[in-house]
Write a protein that binds this ligand. Sequence first.
Ligand code: 8YV
Length: 328
Amino acid sequence: MSNKPKVLVARAIFPDLLAKLEESFEVRSNQADEVFTAEELQKELSSAAGALVTGSERIDATALANAKNLKIVANISVGYNNFDVPAITAAGVMASNTPDVLTDSTADFGFALLMATARRVTESERWIRDGKWDKWSIVSNPLGMDLHHTTLGIIGMGRIGQGIAKRALGFGMNVIYHNRSRLPEADEKACAAKYVSKEELLRTADHVVLVLPYTADNHHTIGAKEIALMKPTATLVNIARGGIVDDAALAQALKEKKIFAAGLDVFEGEPKVHPELLKLSNVVLAPHIASATEKTRRAMIDLAVENLRAALAGKKPPSLINTEVFKG
Ligand code: 8YV
């Protein structure tokens, strides 16, 4: 029997990082592609002192029902809508996430989707692969929308939203934003971004990007009614979370060309994608990869491990969410 604390690694991580963890802990790791069922997760957590989890694991009262020794659930993700924070706090367990380390990669990808969507990059590639490029034409080869010197509307102006706004400056874009609360003047200045209501943003932006956290309040915050406010030439990019957009309403609007195009990295019920979206050419699809560079994913795991090590050593985890649980 080992005296090392038991740690659960709920999803596959890089082998060298797993090996490092095994030096200090008795690790039970799920290196399979399958996500634990709720029942399996409850059982796995019942003997763990700490757990590294991802957005795929729902951590709630059920998951924690038998978790008598658990000190921390460390999310390898900045978003933590997979956490029922009040339930985790009530169980006396610390919860942590991975802010900052993924901001730039995610903002880069937001811009990649904005460009691919407005300039029809993936559609053009499919067009060539389908053998449709028989001649160059000035008027009929895929024509897109400009990004430069247009108005970018950012909904959710946290770290990643501000990162996108700063990138937009290089494109000479006029940046407007909507957020739960207005940014301090200095931050607005740093991004040259103007605060507007959600309605004004939807009406006036040429491109709308969603970067807000998913909460019960913003379920379907973009639905048929909101899309109807947008310009028919506008694009919509979602790198936030599925559930923020009503995917069925979006598919209908794209089909009817109510807006020009959409770029989606996240989906309601992912990894399933709404079947109507799959039929459309004016949508760019990505499999939730905004943070997916090896460097950033390693940094996310490193930060989650740092949180876990701190909690198991009786220290305050650097990105603790429910600070009230830490008894220093
Ligand atoms: C993660 C993310 O890859 O950090 C987030 O909020 O969406 C992504 O970076 C994903 O959630 C896996 O946990």
